[in-house]
Design a protein around this ligand. Structure first.
Ligand code: NCD
Length: 356
């Protein structure tokens, strides 16, 4: 009783050898993500549809009647939140998105309280979840693990969709979606995201959010990307090559200050030292890769400052009160965007029309 999704039509070893772009068609159903795993799955039309869906949900949720209507949309669904890595915002925004749509949730956040401590593999754990739930939202420290799990789920007796809520140092597609939504809302009266100059600052080698967002930004004509990071933490070749393949211009830089007056969006990130190993513990001086209140006069009046959070000292808390600080609205945008994605994966987005 396989659902019609293309991952049932390819062996794991064949699928695993494909490039991310080649994997994309196998993750779709009816030209829409079934498993939402990698940024390469999303084209411009999908991004526009998801942004407008997020806004529709947000607008309907403003009244009590609207909220109650939204809660009927997925009240027949149960969703598993499996977070094998720390999370605050991603977890809570997914949990809230499920509540908004009326889906029931359960969670495993600490694998030491699940049977993994008895030696059960992550793969068997997830297969167990698929017996009880209709979707799995998963964060995992191993890059590529989400793809393996999606394949296992699709080829099990009870196929259900998988949403990647962060995979190792590799991808964080739903963060990238909410970042696009934030950029789109911020630049609504400024001609949209197209033509904007967007600078990524901090740990770009291990920051999965900057990687996934870079891939989505290729869909906006005339943009230019700036990668501003210490040598050791610069954007990886695979992303730079992907941008070159579609002629998206980018610049590599080592100091944000001279670029601040030019940028339309500044995407700050944290140094991800949890990935440091004995071989790469050379301390990185990140004092340059920060924005302080005294830098604000350098920024364009219309520029925005983003951050996936958590932050350390990259953004002075004094900046929070500046209207260009967009990282708190960004947090809330995540809830609406994730609701939009979940609803659309279940093929229920059209049911919003019943409200109008
Ligand atoms: C990011 C992550 O987990 O990749 N946080 C998030 O999801 N908002 C960034 C980080 O941990 O620094």
């Amino acid at each position: 009783m396989h659902l019609d999704n293309a991952l049932t039509k390819i062996s794991w070893s064949d699928f695993n050898q494909l490039s991310p772009v080649e994997k994309t068609p196998y993750l779709m159903r009816d030209n829409w993500p079934y498993h939402a795993l990698i940024a390469q799955q999303f084209n411009r039309e999908m991004l526009d549809d998801l942004c407008s869906l997020a806004t529709q949900i947000r607008t309907i949720a403003k009244t009590k009647q609207g909220s109650l209507f939204l809660q009927t949309l997925l009240d027949d669904k149960r969703i598993m939140l499996y977070f094998a890595q720390p999370s605050t915002r991603t977890f809570l925004s997914f949990a809230s998105a499920c509540q908004i749509l009326g889906a029931k949730t359960a969670e495993v956040r600490d694998t030491s309280t699940s049977s993994e401590i008895k030696g059960e593999s992550g793969e068997d754990s997830v297969r167990t979840f698929s017996s009880y739930f209709d979707m799995i939202i998963m964060r995992h420290p191993t890059g590529g693990f989400a793809e393996r799990i999606a394949w296992v789920l699709s080829n099990s007796t009870r196929p259900i969709p998988l949403v990647n809520a962060g995979s190792g140092k590799d991808q964080h597609p739903t963060q990238a979606l909410l970042d696009i939504y934030t950029l789109q809302r911020s630049f609504e009266s400024l001609g949209g995201i197209e033509g904007k100059k967007i600078g990524f600052v901090g740990d770009l080698a291990r920051g999965r959010t900057a990687r996934s967002l870079s891939l989505l930004l290729q869909h906006y004509p005339h943009i230019k990307l700036y990668y501003i990071a210490p040598h050791a933490l610069q954007m990886q070749e695979d992303i730079l090559k992907a941008l070159e393949a579609v002629n998206v211009p980018y610049e590599i830089a080592y100091n944000p200050k001279p670029l601040l007056p030019e940028l339309d969006a500044i995407y700050m990130t944290r140094i991800q030292d949890e990935w440091d190993t004995d071989d790469n513990t050379d301390p990185v001086d990140n004092s340059v890769f920060c924005i302080e209140a005294k830098d604000l006069p350098l920024l364009k009046k219309t520029a925005i400052i983003m951050h996936p959070l958590p932050r350390r000292n990259e953004i002075d808390t004094e900046i929070d009160a500046d209207p260009r600080a967009m990282y708190w609205p960004q947090v809330r945008n995540g809830m609406w965007m994730r609701a939009a994605l979940i609803l659309s994966i279940f093929g229920r987005a059209h049911e919003l029309l019943a409200w109008e």
